[in-house]
Ligand binder design. Structure first.
Ligand code: GLA
Length: 731
C-alpha cells in the first residue's frame, strides 16, 4: 500500500519506491506537513521531529491557550488565510461580507485506486498498478468553502502529484483571489533554488542560488508559461550535484500565468507554494460551483540532479505525454522557415523538399506565410486558407507533389492569434482581447483571440479539423507568437474579468483535447516563438516542442542543457540550420550543428541545395546516425557530464540505453586551448561488469573502468569542434 492512514493518530504516510511523505491531522484539525525525503521505515511516526516554541508575534488559533502552538510556525500541507500564518498563503478567499479569512480544518480522507483526473485540465495519468489517489478534505466551517487536496502517488516512478478542488458549499458567492495548487513546507535544512530563466532566443538558462531569508518568486504574467521563467523549480541541498545529494523538483502541469514562491521562515523552514499566479486573478464560485487548481509534479532524489531529471523524463514520457507519437520514431524533418522565411512559391518549396528527400529527410514542413494574404508578419492570421496566388497551386496539389517525393507533409499554424488585417477580424473584431474604449496593445503586429469564449474555440476547432480532415497532413507546428495584454473578455461581466486569463487556457486545452483526440496520428509540435510555452501542460497534448528560435548550436548547448533538467530530450525540437547562423552570425561546423541537434527531435532548417557535395554526404550520414540513435532518445537515459551554464572549455552529455548495451557521448569544444588541458570525461550508468568498445579509439574496457577512470580525448582544435563517441557492449 503506498498510502497509509491511521485514523487513531491522524497520521498519513505516502510511500514511493525510494521516498516517503508524511502528514498529520492534529486534534484541532490542522494538517501538518512532517516529511518528504528518503523512504521511512514502516510505522515511523515523525511527529516528534516538530519543534514548538513561543517565538512571539505568532498568534494562536481561537481556543488554543498554548502559546507555542501557532499556524505561523507549524509546517502545513495547505494554508488558509487571515488566521495567523504570515508566510506565503496558498489561498486568498473573499467572503460575501468582504472578509478575507479562511481557516481550513481536516474533515476526512479517501484512498482510491488509480489516478484522479482534473476536469478541463491536463494532468498525469496512470493505471491502478502505477498509482493510488489520496483525497484529503479540508473545510472552513464559516465560509463553507471545501478544499479537497488531491495526491497521486506513483510508486515506481517516485513522483507525488498534487492538485486542489475548491467547492462553494455556502448559499452565497465566494471569490478565490488566490488558489495555489500545492504547498511544501520543508521543516529543516538550507536549500539552493535552481530555476530556469531566460528570454526569447535564450530560454531556460539554469541559475542556482541559495534561498535568502525572504520571499523569492518565479512567475509569468504573460498568459503563457513564457520564455522568461519556466514553471519548474528545484530545491537542492547546497552540496547536491549531478551524481550526489538531496534535491526535489516542483513542476506545474500548466501553460499560463503561474507563480512558484519560496520563503525561508523565521524558524528556518522553507515553504514552496506553486500554482496559477494570483496577479490579476480572481474566480467567483456561485453556490455549488467548483474550481480546479492545476497539477504539480513533485519528485525527490537523494542521489543528485541526474537521477531527479531522469525521474522527470520517464514520468513525462510515461504518465504525462499522451500522444501515440511518444514512443514512435519521429520523422527527420526539413522546415522551410530559415530556408525561405515567407519568400516562397510552390516551385521553390518543391525544389527544397526534393533535395531534402534525396538526402534522406522524411517530412517536409511548410512554415509561416502560406495562408490568407500573409506577405509579411503584419497580416493574415486567422484566415487559414492557402494563398493560391502566392503558392501557384492548391494545398492538395502541393501536398500531392510532396507525397510523390516519398515524404510526409507538415504545416505551421498559429490559431490562437488574429491579425487586424484579416478576414476573420473584419467579421469578428470582438473575438480579440481588447478593453472597450482602449486601442489594444499589439505584439508582432497581432492580437490574441479570447479562447475563453466557447464560440471562438468552436470556430478554431471547425477550421483546424477541416484543414486536417481535407488534407493529408502528418504534422502540425502549433505556434503562439505573442503574449497576452488587454485581457478583457466581452463574454464576462465586470466582476469576473479576473477569470479571463485562466479561461483562455481552459479554452485552449479544450481545443487541443478535441483536435488531438480526433487526429491521434498527427504529430503535433508545440511552439511559442520558440520555447515560450515549453511546459508539462503543453506536453500533455503535444509530444514535442520547438525549443528555441535560436538555432545557434553553441547557444543551444545552454538552452538544451537547462531544458534537460525537467524535460526529456525526445520532447525538444532541435534543427540544423545555416552557417553563419541567422540569429547570432556565428559560423560553426556542420558536424557540430548536427551533434547538438541530435539531442532532440532532429531536423534541418535550411535549404540543403546550398550545401557542397561533401556537406550533402555529411547530411546523408547524419540522418543515418540519427535514426540509429532514436531509441536512445526515446527510451534511454540522458546525463549531463558538464555544467553547460558555467564550464567554458567544453560541454558534454550522454545518452544511455535502458539495457546499458549502448551509450553515446556528445562533446563540443567551446574554447580550444593552446598547449591544451586534457579533455577528460567520465561516462555514467554503464554496466560495471560489461565490456564496451569505444568508437573513438576502438579500445575495449569494462564499464567500471570507463565510469571510474573515464575517457581521455585527443586535443580538439579549431572552431567549435565536436565528437560523438559510441560505447557498445561487446558481449
Ligand atoms: C515563430 C517560430 C518560428 C517560425 C516563426 C514563423 O517565431 O518559433 O520557428 O515558425 O514563428 O513566423
Amino acid at each position: 500500500m503506498s498510502i497509509q492512514f491511521a485514523p487513531d493518530t491522524g497520521l498519513l504516510t505516502l510511500h514511493t519506491a525510494h521516498t516517503s511523505y508524511q502528514m498529520w491531522a492534529d486534534s484541532i484539525g490542522v494538517l501538518h506537513h512532517l516529511y518528504y525525503g528518503p523512504s521511512l521505515g514502516a510505522g515511523d511516526d515523525l511527529r516528534g521531529t516538530e519543534f514548538y516554541s513561543d517565538c512571539g508575534f505568532s498568534p494562536q488559533p481561537a481556543g488554543v491557550e498554548d502559546r507555542r502552538y501557532s499556524l505561523d510556525t507549524i509546517n502545513q500541507e495547505y494554508t488558509g488565510c487571515g488566521v495567523g500564518d504570515y508566510r506565503i498563503a496558498c489561498l486568498s478567499l473573499q467572503n460575501p461580507d468582504g472578509s478575507r479569512t479562511a481557516d481550513l480544518r481536516f474533515a476526512g480522507v479517501e484512498i482510491l485506486p488509480g489516478k484522479y483526473a482534473l476536469p478541463g485540465l491536463p494532468a498525469s495519468f496512470g493505471s491502478e498498478d502505477d498509482c493510488q489517489t489520496l483525497r484529503i478534505t479540508l473545510k472552513d466551517s464559516v465560509s463553507r468553502l471545501t478544499v479537497t487536496l488531491l495526491y497521486g502517488v506513483f510508486e515506481a516512478a517516485d513522483v507525488i502529484t498534487r492538485a486542489v478542488l475548491f467547492r462553494n458549499d455556502a448559499d452565497g458567492p465566494l471569490t478565490l483571489n488566490k488558489a495555489a495548487s500545492a504547498c511544501l513546507d520543508l521543516p529543516f535544512g538550507s536549500w539552493d533554488l535552481i530555476h530556469f530563466q531566460g528570454r526569447h532566443c535564450m530560454e531556460r538558462q539554469k541559475e542556482r542560488m541559495p534561498l535568502p531569508r525572504a520571499v523569492t518568486t518565479l512567475r509569468s504574467a504573460r498568459g503563457a508559461s513564457s520564455h522568461h521563467h519556466n514553471p519548474f523549480a528545484i530545491l537542492a541541498a547546497p552540496d547536491a550535484g549531478e551524481e550526489a545529494g538531496e534535491c526535489l523538483g516542483a513542476m506545474l502541469v500548466y501553460s499560463g500565468n503561474f507563480k512558484i514562491e519560496c520563503e525561508v521562515s523565521q524558524m528556518g523552514s522553507t515553504r514552496l507554494v506553486a500554482g496559477i499566479s494570483d496577479e490579476n486573478f480572481s474566480w467567483t464560485l456561485a453556490p455549488g460551483e467548483s474550481f480546479t487548481a492545476p497539477e504539480v509534479l513533485f519528485s525527490y532524489s537523494a542521489t543528485g540532479l541526474g537521477d531527479l531529471s531522469h525521474q522527470y523524463h520517464r514520468f513525462l514520457q510515461e504518465h504525462v505525454i499522451r500522444s501515440r507519437w511518444k514512443d514512435r520514431p519521429r520523422p527527420v524533418l526539413l522546415n522551410n522557415w530559415e530556408a525561405t522565411y515567407m519568400d516562397f512559391d510552390a516551385e521553390r518549396l518543391y525544389r527544397i523538399a526534393r533535395q531534402a528527400r534525396e538526402l534522406g529527410v522524411e517530412l517536409f514542413v511548410l512554415d509561416d506565410g502560406w495562408f490568407g494574404h500573409r506577405v509579411d508578419d503584419k497580416g493574415g492570421l486567422g484566415d487559414w486558407q492557402i494563398n493560391e496566388v502566392k503558392l501557384g497551386c492548391t494545398l492538395p496539389e502541393l501536398i500531392h507533389r510532396i507525397h510523390a517525393l516519398g515524404m510526409l507533409f507538415g504545416l505551421w499554424v498559429e490559431p490562437e492569434m488574429v491579425s487586424a488585417d484579416s478576414d476573420l477580424y473584419a467579421v469578428h473584431p470582438d473575438w480579440a482581447f481588447a478593453v472597450p474604449g482602449r486601442a489594444p496593445t499589439t505584439g508582432r503586429s497581432q492580437l490574441v483571440l479570447d479562447l475563453g469564449r466557447p464560440e471562438v474555440v468552436d470556430h478554431l476547432y471547425q477550421v483546424m479539423s477541416h484543414l486536417l480532415r481535407d488534407n493529408d497532413i502528418s504534422y502540425i507546428k502549433w505556434d503562439m507568437n505573442r503574449n497576452l495584454t488587454d485581457v478583457f473578455s466581452r463574454a464576462l461581466p465586470a466582476s469576473r474579468q479576473g477569470e479571463a486569463a485562466h479561461r483562455y487556457l481552459l479554452g485552449l486545452y479544450a481545443l487541443l483535447d478535441r483536435l488531438t483526440t480526433e487526429f491521434p496520428d498527427v504529430l503535433f509540435e508545440g511552439c511559442a516563438g520558440g520555447g515560450g510555452r515549453f511546459d508539462a501542460g503543453m506536453l500533455y497534448y503535444f509530444p514535442q516542442s520547438w525549443c528555441s528560435d535560436d538555432t545557434d548550436p553553441i547557444h543551444r548547448l545552454k538552452i538544451q542543457y537547462g531544458t534537460s533538467f525537467g524535460y526529456p530530450p525526445a520532447a525538444m525540437g532541435s534543427h540544423v540550420s545555416a552557417s553563419p547562423n541567422h540569429q547570432s552570425g556565428r559560423s560553426t561546423p556542420l558536424a557540430t550543428r548536427a551533434i547538438v541537434a541530435m539531442s532532440g527531435t532532429f531536423g534541418y532548417e535550411l535549404d540543403l541545395q546550398t550545401l557542397s557535395d561533401e556537406e550533402k554526404e555529411q547530411v546523408r550520414s547524419q540522418i543515418h546516425t540519427y535514426r540509429s540513435l532514436q531509441p536512445l532518445l526515446l527510451q534511454g537515459r540522458y546525463d549531463r557530464l558538464t555544467d553547460a551554464a558555467t564550464d567554458r572549455y567544453f560541454t558534454a552529455w550522454q545518452l544511455t540505453a535502458a539495457d546499458q548495451s549502448t551509450a553515446v557521448i556528445n562533446l563540443v569544444v567551446l574554447d580550444p586551448q593552446a598547449n591544451p588541458w586534457p579533455i577528460h570525461i567520465r561516462p555514467r550508468h554503464l554496466d560495471p561488469k560489461a565490456c564496451y568498445r569505444d568508437s573513438l579509439t576502438g579500445r575495449v574496457c569494462s564499464g567500471a573502468a570507463l565510469c571510474h577512470a573515464g575517457l581521455t580525448l585527443p586535443a580538439l582544435m579549431g572552431t567549435y569542434p565536436a565528437v560523438q563517441i559510441t560505447l557498445e557492449r561487446t558481449e
